[in-house]
Write a protein that binds this ligand. Structure first.
Ligand SMILES: Nc1ncnc2c1ncn2[C@@H]1O[C@H](COP(=O)(O)OP(=O)(O)O)[C@@H](O)[C@H]1O
Ligand SMILES: [Mg+2]
Length: 143
């Protein structure tokens, strides 16, 4: 994982409840956890990606690297979509399916914000552990 000051952030791509998302100089997206959120949603997405079944991975934005406590994470860059482009069919455990949570990557529409309780439950992950910033990210990925 590059050091934060080596990442060269160009502009804000979006801002949600828990993170701001930045365009980096190497054309990726960096998800920076808001103060008081302690990297939890980045840690959740990282763990979800590493436990997801191949079928689920097909609709998730692939993460690239993460800081050891999740405070920032680099993921594949996507483009915003229109409301009518949200996929019509997706698993019912994806409960937060608003259009701002999806992006276009190449010719696919993928879920960019998958730090969602329904997915954590579906995969049988320990929500308490995901919220504990003293546990290193690698440990969350152990199967
Ligand atoms: N991979 C990405 N590429 C481009 N923009 C993104 C990407 N991921 C998120 N965004 C933008 O940043 C916003 C906030 O990211 P999101 O993952 O939804 O964070 P939060 O957990 O705070 O809601 C999104 O609504 C979207 O506009
Ligand atoms: Mg969001």
């Amino acid at each position: 994982m590059p050091l934060f000051n080596e990442l060269k952030l160009h502009k804000v791509l979006g801002c949600g409840k828990t993170r701001s998302v930045w365009l980096t100089s190497d054309k990726n997206a960096l998800k920076l956890s808001h103060i008081f959120h302690n990297g939890t949603t980045n840690r959740m997405e990282w763990a979800i990606w590493h436990h997801a079944e191949p079928e689920l991975k097909k609709i998730l934005v692939p993460p690239i690297s993460i800081h050891e406590n999740g405070i920032y994470m680099v993921v594949t860059l996507g483009e915003p979509i229109k409301r009518n482009e949200v996929p019509k069919i997706f698993p019912s455990f994806i409960t937060d399916s608003k259009s701002s949570n999806w992006v276009r990557v190449g010719n696919k529409i993928l879920l960019a914000d998958y730090a969602q309780g329904g997915i954590v439950t579906h995969l049988g992950l320990d929500s308490k552990k995901l919220h504990d910033e003293t546990i290193p990210v690698e440990e969350l990925c152990r199967k």
